[in-house]
Design a protein around this ligand. Sequence first.
Ligand code: 8IG
Length: 265
Amino acid sequence: MNDPVALAAEAAGFLRSHFAVDHIDLALVLGSGWSSGADSLGEPLGDVELGDVPGFSKPVVSGHGGRLKLVRTATGKVAAVFTGRTHYYEGRGADAVVHGVRTAAAWGASTLVLTNGCGGLNPAWAPGTVVLIADHINLTGDTPLHGATFVDLTEAYSKRLREAARRVDPALPEGVYVQFRGPQYETPAEVRMAGILGGDLVGMSTTLETIAAREAGMEVLGLSLVTNAAAGLGGDTLDHTEVLQAGRDAGPRLASLLAGIAGEL
Ligand code: 8IG
């Protein structure tokens, strides 16, 4: 099937019968560092290996793929939680990157929470700082849209949802997220470029998913975990294991933040 919206409808149909749930309210994508959020979001209603759902790719190592967990939040909303995402740098194309977003939309979700781990440009943001995404710059050179689809991105990241997040933590700062293609981290010159362009955060996800979500009419909340100072700003080189450690250290705090925010949506 080469119509991505039809494929998402097929995936949503599979999930409706797998969980016997006709309609979900929101979807969350848990990025680097955010996986501990999955278990605190509400009452578990079940889960499924994404590799078994139409349109999602099978993991290379069995048992190491993403899962979709269905939960009921404290306020009674049904949320689909994607643990892990397809990244653009995997080379499967933009439609594969946003298939989860389109599937959630086809299943009825009107709200999407995208989380990620990223590099920070603001020296005041120590590793472990959570930043609300206020806007983005898509440097992938790609789009999930097909043909002359003129999607308005004036308020790609919902002001209403950012205010809801700040009811949980009034100190959350805001920033502009810049998506590079990856998988290499930026050079220090590219980080300076991102800053000159108006960016505050550098990462490898989120913007294509936001575009697809806005096309589908969803409201988007973007949450970035700064796991490292962007290249050239922290003094040392970037090491993926340090990035993972920063996520683990922030785990319990992120879990309660996410649960609090889910209760406001
Ligand atoms: I975690 O510094 C994480 N992901 N592009 N740059 C980019 N992606 C990232 C970074 C970073 N840290």
